[in-house]
Design a protein around this ligand. Structure first.
Ligand code: FBP
Length: 344
């Protein structure tokens, strides 16, 4: 595809390779693009129209919502509920699945999304984003239950994210590689700018919230200590560290120049009775699909994320993703530690 290709043209030409494609999926993606453009506009003008700061409401995660969390969620719902392509949708900001109102036709897809990822960065003007995952709805399903959404990541039809940074970009996969599109505000179109994004297997860059170090499990402590020990240590080479606190921005950096991103389980998270920080259905699964399609790997440290059978809409999981060799090394350290624990 030559540069200058719009995302709509890209998807239409890709769908022509899909036997029996009806155009539904292409339209659903177009509706999602429109929502992301509207969110980009709101994020961009946030300080001018008084929508920065907290909404003083809590979401199902027990987190205080930002005004833009709520606004972005409403934008996604308004852009998607009337289109006739969805049977239902679910979001980080909504406790339960949202059925399609009776006055609108129902469709054959389910959409899960994190309307604004990296919320802690909104007010400080650091990159944030929207993450989405598209699944097929069970045949003839008009009113999807939670169970209908609980499909492993391997069942995703499409996964993508919009990143609202110096440039607004949209990166997605439909299972045929990963492509990045930049919003050309002069024409209001996403244009192919990063064809066939791939993650190098080797990297010298890791990302983790170091302030949680004292709570980490032994395999993560060992991996990070060895990176920090650099050329004098067992890895025999130096590593750089990054932490933006927006998963979208971390994954985008890794798709652009490699790296490994970790939000492992730790004693602090366990003490809250949780299984991780990040959510499986609308953070780990879509990012796992994108990373794997770009030649990387996505794991909990102990298993492939995309093979997890979900047990809840807002289920949390540990996340280790990025350059394949590093993810496999972290998994190896978990096997060794668990093995030692199993023997002990
Ligand atoms: O606050 P911490 O521990 O640095 O965690 C940052 C992580 O939490 C998140 O902000 C969670 O996502 P939300 O902002 O959608 O709740 C990730 O984007 C990011 O990687």
């Amino acid at each position: 595809m030559e540069h200058g290709t719009t995302l709509t043209q890209f998807i239409i030409e890709e769908q022509r390779q899909v036997p029996g494609a009806t155009g539904d999926f292409t339209s659903l993606l177009n509706d999602t693009l429109t929502a992301c453009k509207k969110i980009a506009c709101a994020v961009n003008r946030g300080g001018l129209i008084g929508i920065l700061g907290s909404a003083d409401t809590e979401n199902v995660q027990g987190e205080t919502q930002k005004k833009l969390d709520v606004i972005s969620n409403d934008v996604m719902v308004d852009a998607l509920e009337w289109t006739g392509h969805l049977a239902g949708m679910a979001s980080e900001e909504m406790d339960d699945p949202l059925p399609i109102p009776a006055e609108y036709p129902k469709g054959k897809y389910l959409m899960l999304f994190d309307p604004l990822d990296g919320s802690s960065n909104i007010d400080v003007n650091v990159s944030v984003g929207t993450i989405f995952s598209i699944l097929r709805a069970p045949e003839g399903c008009d009113n999807p239950t939670v169970e209908d959404f609980l499909q492993p990541g391997t069942q995703q039809v499409c996964a993508g994210y919009a990143i609202y940074g110096p440039a607004t970009m949209l990166v997605l996969t439909t299972g045929h590689g990963v492509n990045g599109f930049t919003l050309d505000r002069s024409i209001g179109e996403f244009i192919l700018s990063h064809p066939n994004m791939t993650i190098p297997e080797e990297t010298g860059e890791f990302a983790i919230n170091m302030s949680n170090q004292r709570f980490w499990e032994a395999p993560v402590k060992r991996y990070v200590d060895e990176c920090i020990a650099g050329s004098e240590g067992p890895r025999g080479r130096d590593f750089n560290m990054r932490w933006i606190a927006s998963m979208v921005a971390e994954v985008h950096r890794i798709l652009t120049r490699g790296g490994v991103f970790m939000y492992p389980i730790d004693e602090k998270i366990k003490a809250k009775g949780q299984d991780g920080k990040l959510r499986l259905m609308y953070e780990a699964n879509p990012m796992g699909f994108i990373v794997e399609q770009a030649g990387g790997a996505a794991s909990t440290g102990r298993e492939r994320i995309m093979e997890i059978q979900p047990n809840g809409l807002h289920q949390r999981v540990p996340v280790v993703l990025g350059s394949k060799n590093e993810v496999e090394r972290v998994e190896e350290y978990h096997r060794e530690a668990d093995g030692k624990q199993a023997v002990a």
